[in-house]
Design a protein. Structure first.
Lengths: 243, 480
C-alpha cells in the first residue's frame, strides 16, 4: 500500500525525529511511504481561532495533496482528529469539496491506530529499559477513541514497563493558542499533570501529540525535573535510528 | 441594569490571573476537584450496576430536551394553561430587570418584609436580592452555600456548590460575625455543627417570612408543576411555609411529562453529586387546597426569557437543553484552575463560557470562548450531550466574522495563513524560525524567555529544535 506521512507542522519544526521514527515504523512494516512535499499545516490553528475561511483554504490544500494515497498517517491525534472530524463539517456545504473531504477523512489515521488497527503490527523494533507512563491527549482520546492502541503497541517494546499515572485522561493544559493566551492558567493545569507523572515514578512520559509533549516537557524542566524523559510514542516504538 | 453592565466577563484575563495566584483558593480547588469527579463516576457506575446503558440514557435525556426546545412555544402554552388550571398565576419576564420588578411588585402587594429563598441561578441573573433590598424587602438565602455567600457579600462560584471556594476557617469567621458570637477553632469535623448553627438561624426566617422564592429544576407541562431537586430540605420550607411562593425559572426548563422528568432524574443527581437520587424531590402544583394543611396561598410562576428565546432555532439551540447539573465545570481543567468568580457572570465553567457571551453580549465576553483547551471533558460528561466545545468554537467564529479579535492576533493569523499556502516560502521561514529558536536557547540548552509568545515561557521552558527541519533533513536524505 502507498501511504502519505503527514508529519505535521510542529514535528517538522520542533522535533523532526518524531517524523523519522514514524517513517521507520511504517517502512519497516512494508508500506511505501511518501512525504508529500507541499505539506505545511492541516489548518487546525486557523479553525481554533475561529477563522473559517482560512481553515477551509488549508483544508482544501491538504485534501488535494493527500488524494493520491491509499492512506494518510499522522503522528498526532489532534491533527488526525482535525482531518477526520473537522474537514467534513468544514466543507459540507461546498458541493465541489464535500465528498473529497469525507473521503480524505476516511483515509486518514493517527499513527497508533493505523499501526494497530490497519497494519496489525506484531512486533516493533524499539527497546526501552525502564518504565513509561502514557498521557492520553484529548483530541485523540475523545475525538478518535485512541486509548487501547498506544498501550497495545507499547506492550510490544522490549524491556518497557507501563506505569499508569493518576488521571491519565486529564488534559495537560496545552490547547494550542490557549497555552500562550492564558499562560498562567495553562501552567496551573500542566502542573497537575507533572505531579501525576512524578507520582507514577516512570522514567519517561510518552504521548502521541507533540504539542502536549512540549507543554509537559517545558513545565517539567522549569520545575527542575531534568530526569524524566518526554517522548513521542513513535520514538519509543521505533527505537534509535540505525547509524 | 442590563445583564451586560453587571457582567465582569470582559476582565476574565485579569481575574483569571489573580485567581491562579490566590494560594488559598488553589488549595481549596485542589482538594475538591477529585471529589466532584469521583462522585459522578460513582453515580454513573451505579447505573451500569443496575444494567442501564449510560450512553443510551444520555441520548434519551437529550431527546426529551430537544423535543421541548424544538417547539418551545407550544410547550410553554401547555404549561401555562395547566399551571393556571391548578390555581397558580403565570407571569412572563423579558429580562432580569423585569423579573426584579415583578417580584418586588408581588412582595409589595402582599405586604412582604422578608423573603426566604432557595437556590436560583436565575435570581442571580436578575440580581434579585439587590432589587428586593432596595424595595425594603429582606431576602434571606437558605441554601447553606448561598447563605454563606450572601453573608460574605459575594456571588456563587459554582452553580450547585455556591461556596465551594470558601475554607472552613473563612466560613467560621463569617458565621461568628453574622451570628454575633466569639470565633472558634474549626476543623472539617465541625461541619455538621456549623450547618446546625445555620439551620437554627434559618428556621426563624422560614417561620417569619411572608414570601418564598425558589427556582425550578424543571417545569412539567402535563401537570403544570414545578419540580425541585434539593438536598438540604430548605427548598421544602421555602415553597410551603410562606403564604406566597414565587417560582422564577427560564422558559427552557420545560419537560413534557412526569415520565420524562423521571428519565431526566436518572441522570441529573448522578451527574451533579453522584447521588442515585437527591434527598428531596418536590413536585409543586398550584396552591394550598381547601382540605390541605400546607402549601402557599398564592403561587406565581415567573417564566423568564433573558436571551433564551433568541437561541431557539439558532446555532446555539443545543445550549437550551442544559439541565444545570454542573458536571461540565466539575470536569473542566480550566474551571478547577480558577474557580467560578473568574468567569465574571452568573454561570462559570464551560456552561458559562457559552451562556455569558450569549446572554450578556458576545462583545462583552471576548475571552470566554477562548478560555478552553478544547479537551471536551465537559462534552463527554454532559447528561444531555451538549457539544460545549463546538458551541465555544462557533462563538470564536462569530468573533472572527465580526472582527472582534485584537488586530495583532488577526494580523499574525493572516500572515501565517498566507505563508501556509506557499510551501516553498513556508519551508524557508520554518528554517529561519528553527535557527532563531536555537539562538534563543541559554547555556543549559533551553529557552527560558520567548518574546514572541511570552505566555509560554512564563511557566515553562521551551526545548529548542535541532538546527534542521524535518523537510530539510528529508530532502537531504532523498538526495543522498
Amino acid at each position: 500500500m502507498r501511504l502519505a506521512l503527514y508529519v505535521t507542522c510542529l514535528v517538522d519544526l520542533m522535533r523532526p525525529a518524531v517524523g523519522f521514527a514514524a517513517l521507520r515504523l511504517l517502512e519497516g512494516a512494508g508500506c511505501e511511504v511518501v512525504v508529500p512535499p507541499g505539506q505545511t499545516c492541516c489548518g487546525q490553528p486557523a479553525w481554533s481561532a475561529g477563522n473559517r475561511n482560512l481553515a477551509r483554504d488549508l483544508a482544501k490544500k491538504a485534501i488535494a495533496e493527500l488524494e493520491p494515497f491509499d492512506y494518510v498517517v499522522l503522528p498526532s491525534g489532534s491533527c488526525a482528529d482535525h482531518i477526520r472530524n473537522v474537514y467534513p463539517q468544514l466543507l459540507a456545504d461546498d458541493p465541489a469539496w464535500a465528498a473529497r473531504a469525507a473521503a480524505a477523512a476516511g483515509r486518514s489515521y493517527e499513527l497508533s491506530s493505523f499501526l494497530d488497527e490497519v497494519l496489525h503490527l506484531a512486533t516493533v523494533p524499539g527497546e526501552f529499559a525502564g518504565s513509561v507512563t502514557y498521557h492520553d491527549s484529548c483530541k485523540g482520546l475523545r475525538g478518535l477513541g485512541i486509548k487501547r492502541q498506544p498501550r497495545a503497541l507499547l506492550a510490544k517494546v522490549r524491556g518497557l514497563a507501563l506505569a499508569e499515572m493518576q488521571d491519565c485522561e486529564e488534559c495537560c493544559g496545552f490547547g494550542g493558542a490557549f497555552a500562550v493566551r492564558f499562560g498562567e492558567v495553562s501552567t496551573a493545569i500542566v502542573d497537575r499533570k507533572c505531579e501525576a507523572i512524578a507520582a507514577s515514578g516512570a522514567d519517561a512520559v510518552v504521548g502521541g501529540d507533540l504539542g502536549c509533549l512540549l507543554n509537559i516537557e517545558g513545565r517539567l524542566r522549569r520545575r527542575g525535573d531534568t530526569k524524566t524523559q518526554v517522548l513521542h510514542l513513535a520514538e519509543v516504538l521505533a527505537g534509535t535510528e540505525p547509524a | 441594569m442590563s445583564a451586560a453592565s453587571h457582567s465582569q466577563a470582559m476582565f476574565f484575563q485579569a481575574r483569571a490571573t489573580a485567581q491562579v495566584r490566590n494560594a488559598g483558593l488553589q488549595k481549596t480547588l485542589k482538594k475538591v476537584r477529585p471529589l466532584f469527579v469521583a462522585k459522578r463516576a460513582k453515580g454513573v457506575a451505579g447505573l451500569v450496576e443496575d444494567g442501564l446503558d449510560v450512553e443510551q440514557l444520555r441520548s434519551a435525556c437529550a431527546a426529551i430536551r430537544r423535543r421541548v426546545v424544538d417547539d418551545l412555544d407550544v410547550w410553554l402554552d401547555i404549561f401555562e394553561e395547566r399551571a393556571k388550571a391548578s390555581g397558580a398565576e403565570v407571569l412572563w419576564a423579558r429580562d432580569g430587570d423585569e423579573v426584579a420588578r415583578l417580584v418586588v411588585d408581588i412582595a409589595q402587594r402582599h405586604g412582604v418584609t422578608k423573603a426566604v429563598k432557595s437556590k436560583s441561578m436565575l435570581s442571580e441573573e436578575a440580581r434579585l436580592n439587590e432589587a428586593l433590598g432596595a424595595a425594603g424587602v429582606r431576602p434571606v438565602e437558605t441554601d447553606l452555600g448561598e447563605y454563606i455567600v450572601q453573608i460574605a457579600g459575594e456571588t456563587p462560584s459554582h452553580i450547585i456548590a455556591p461556596a465551594v471556594h470558601k475554607t472552613i476557617g473563612e466560613v467560621e469567621a463569617l458565621f461568628a460575625k453574622a451570628h454575633e458570637r466569639p470565633l472558634q477553632a474549626r476543623t472539617s469535623a465541625d461541619i455538621p455543627a456549623m450547618a446546625g448553627e445555620a439551620r437554627a438561624v434559618l428556621r426563624q426566617h422560614f417561620l417569619s417570612a411572608e414570601m418564598g422564592i425558589s427556582g425550578a429544576n424543571f417545569l412539567i407541562a402535563e401537570s403544570g408543576s414545578a419540580a425541585l431537586v434539593t438536598n438540604e430540605g430548605n427548598g421544602r420550607m421555602v415553597t410551603t411555609l410562606p403564604k406566597v411562593h414565587v417560582v422564577i425559572t427560564g422558559i427552557e426548563k420545560i419537560v413534557p411529562t412526569l415520565e420524562d422528568f423521571a428519565t431526566l432524574m436518572r441522570l441529573l443527581p448522578r451527574s451533579a453529586t453522584g447521588q442515585g437520587i437527591s434527598n428531596y424531590v418536590s413536585l409543586l402544583t398550584g396552591t394550598r387546597g381547601d382540605n390541605e394543611s400546607e402549601g402557599p396561598e398564592k403561587t406565581v410562576f415567573i417564566l423568564v426569557d433573558n436571551g433564551r428565546a433568541a437561541l431557539a432555532g439558532s446555532d446555539f439551540a443545543d445550549m437550551l437543553r442544559c439541565i444545570r447539573c454542573g458536571a461540565c465545570m466539575n470536569h473542566c481543567p480550566v474551571y478547577f484552575s480558577l474557580g467560578g468568580h473568574a468567569y465574571g457572570w452568573v454561570y462559570p465553567g464551560p456552561m458559562g463560557s457559552v451562556l455569558t457571551p450569549l446572554y450578556t453580549g458576545i462583545e462583552n465576553a471576548l475571552d470566554l470562548p477562548h478560555a478552553s483547551t478544547g479537551c471536551n471533558q465537559c462534552g463527554s460528561v454532559c447528561p444531555v450531550n451538549i457539544p460545549l466545545p463546538a458551541l465555544m468554537h462557533r462563538l470564536r467564529e462569530i468573533q472572527s466574522e465580526r472582527r472582534l479579535r485584537p488586530w495583532g492576533e488577526r494580523l499574525a493569523l493572516r500572515g501565517w495563513g498566507w505563508l501556509a499556502v506557499r510551501p516553498t516560502l513556508y519551508r524557508w521561514v520554518a528554517r529561519q524560525v528553527a535557527r532563531y529558536l536555537r539562538w534563543l536557547a541559554d547555556d543549559s540548552g533551553r529557552i527560558r524567555v520567548f518574546g514572541l509568545a511570552p505566555g509560554w515561557t512564563e511557566g515553562r521552558d521551551l526545548t529548542p529544535p535541532p538546527s534542521k527541519t524535518f523537510h530539510e533533513l528529508y530532502a537531504a536524505r532523498k538526495r543522498a
